[in-house]
Ligand binder design. Sequence first.
Ligand code: ZN
Length: 94
Amino acid sequence: MTKKRKSGGRARKGGNIGNVQCSGCGRFVPRDKVKTVTRSVSMVDFKMRKELEESGTIIPRTLVTQNYCVSCAIHRHVLASRPKDERKDHTPLR
Ligand SMILES: [Zn+2]
């Protein structure tokens, strides 16, 4: 059978790595196949935060890490299907 990618879209070869749950759809995905996105999120509402920051308040931001399966990563523009010669470029889309 033809293979689209030498690695099959996974980071490691062989062995049981275990599954993690997708943050988008809840599907269980192998840990080395999942796409991880880390964003800094503020717990305060945007309008309120803007006002508070103008008055000089320091509002802490927390890092939120989310795991996406390939389908959800494409849907959320974390990944995109690209031509064969562009696939090895690992710079993030945005
Ligand atoms: Zn998903």
